[in-house]
Design a protein around this ligand. Sequence first.
Ligand SMILES: C[S@@+](CC[C@H](N)C(=O)[O-])C[C@H]1O[C@@H](n2cnc3c(N)ncnc32)[C@H](O)[C@@H]1O
Length: 275
Amino acid sequence: MAAYNVVSAEAENKRLEIGVSVIRAYMDGKSCLAPIDTGRSNLRVLDSAASNGAWLSQLQASLQDPGSATLIGTDIQDRFPDPPHPGITLQIQDITEPWPESWRSSFDFVHQTLVIYQAGPKLRKVLGALTELVKPGGWIELMEPQYGFGDDGGPAYKQFGAMVNELWDLRGTKSDFASDLEPFLKDAGFVDVKTVVLSVGVGPKAKSPDIADITVQSMIGGGKNIPLAAKRIPGGFKCISSEDLETWPTRLEEELKTEGAVTKMLVVYGRKPDV
Ligand SMILES: C[S@@+](CC[C@H](N)C(=O)[O-])C[C@H]1O[C@@H](n2cnc3c(N)ncnc32)[C@H](O)[C@@H]1O
């Protein structure tokens, strides 16, 4: 599979499905914060970096006329359901590569979450290409971790943040990249641009005890991909020794279950003006 480290397709899909439901809980049960008219027919929606289409399925369930909607998800890896989920088309697309020409200015809503770090120094170019897919009057919504990932938690969570930062650095991604999203959309001519910060509590810090367990599962699921990424770094991580890394997944799980942590997400959305 393409260069994105996962323990297994099944485990990755599962942890991202859980992640989508956690984020939804923190968005007061909504699939998105942009004011999309879910009562409208013939909506055309793109979810870039869609994994197995879990978010699109959630959005589809919220539409009044789902049968008339065109719902397309793209991802660099084929972890797509077989057979496909009815009404949802999933296809391979790398965010750093050109999009199909016929998709330009064609979507009522373009959604992309938790992937832009992959663009490294190409961030502005990649975002620019994504904004071109939105039709006049349509919306874009992006969600990425706020600067300081790993700060608000115990020692193992802080080590998580340090390793993620080191991986971003190796890709040429600066750690406060999410703060560029709002100015970027404004510079690109989008209007009604808003940023909402979601403070996602994990374990005992979750917003309700009902979701405490899934918030931990979601976080440790992501943590399991980290030792795989370490294997691709010549000489391993600088911020943690290999001995320490060996015990880290267990320490992280224990710490998140007992002490918890808070991770902040920036949700940024805006509308392309009508022509
Ligand atoms: C952290 S997951 C987020 C998935 C989903 N957007 C969500 O919020 O649950 C990152 C996703 O981006 C995909 N991905 C990684 N690099 C990519 C790239 N260069 N182009 C497109 N998708 C990519 C991965 O396969 C994975 O499904």
